[in-house]
Design a protein around this ligand. Structure first.
Ligand code: SAM
Length: 274
């Protein structure tokens, strides 16, 4: 299994080999409408079409089509970290990145800086406030090889990542017998809201999947039934019509405040209709 190109809260690295790979490896492409770091899409036999509503996430995937990205990252590191792998160097780069980000957002011109920052950042977090990237120095090493691996993947697999809502995925390009669609939405029960996923969003997604299912598409949904004493009733009811596998595990997740670590205990259920 290869990791995604960047670390991401909620990525499926921990459950990929045991639960997802045995199914996904039978398919040609794995489409990820909630791509995050895209662990399943990158590990698929022939990539997939993916979407996400987070512009930084999408820009980071799209940047992997630039074969010069690894060199740009190394050059950026050599320029900003001349005086050592330390907080001062990191903060100078972060300031330069944020100056441009405030005017233009994440662009093809500054995305290599974001890759360098996110790799070295505290817990490799990617997090923005209204003033820009705001994760403190984390002493993590630069890992250009990880990015080179993904740049190489783009040359051999059919991968597209688009900035859009999950339901804009072009299903006419999904092969009903050879491809599978993997839905990994934000969890309503989680405090990691990814822009505020609501119960209404959840119901619309379940309806969207029901329609795809009726039209004969293969899919997997991972989600949580139960979190901190709260039951996700619409999901539980809906799952009764599908195959559901229980993955009993807990996530250690970093809270929004980096000074404290909070533990999220979640039972992940995977619904499968294949
Ligand atoms: C649980 S994460 C996915 C993690 C991913 N499977 C991985 O391996 O890293 C959920 C993702 O859904 C995205 N998202 C939230 N609302 C969305 C929407 N309406 N359409 C598409 N993506 C959305 C978030 O930005 C986030 O990246």
């Amino acid at each position: 299994m290869i990791k995604g190109p960047f670390s991401y809260s909620g990525n499926k690295t921990r459950i990929y080999n045991a639960y997802l790979k045995p199914i996904m490896q039978k398919y040609n492409r794995v489409h990820e409408p909630f791509v995050g770091s895209g662990v399943c899409m990158y590990n698929a036999n022939n990539g997939g079409m993916s979407t996400d509503v987070d512009p930084a996430v999408v820009a980071m995937h799209q940047a992997l089509q630039d074969t010069a990205l690894p060199n740009k990252m190394q050059a950026c590191y050599d320029t900003y970290f001349k005086s050592g792998h330390n907080k001062e160097s990191y903060n100078t780069l972060r300031e330069a990145f944020n100056k441009d980000w405030l005017l233009n957002g994440v662009t093809s011109e500054n995305v290599h800086q974001l890759y360098v920052l996110s790799q070295i950042a505290f817990n490799s977090l990617i997090r923005f406030s209204k003033n820009g990237f705001n994760v403190p120095f984390g002493e993590k090493p630069l890992d250009v090889k990880r990015i080179q691996q993904h740049v190489d993947l783009y040359k051999t697999k059919d991968i597209q990542v688009t900035l859009s809502h999950y339901n804009s995925i072009d299903v006419s390009k999904v092969d009903k017998s050879r491809d599978i669609i993997y839905f990994d939405p934000p969890y309503i029960a989680s405090k990691f809201q990814y822009g505020g996923w609501t119960i209404q969003d959840e119901k619309e997604l379940l309806q969207f999947i029901t329609e795809l299912d009726r039209s004969g598409y293969k899919w997997i949904l991972s989600n949580t039934f139960y979190h901190k004493g709260e039951m996700n009733t619409p999901l539980v009811d809906w799952s009764k019509d599908h195959y559901a596998y229980l993955i009993d595990m807990s996530y250690n997740a970093w809270s929004a405040r980096v000074t404290s670590v909070e533990r999220e205990d979640e039972t992940v259920r995977l619904s499968l209709q294949i």
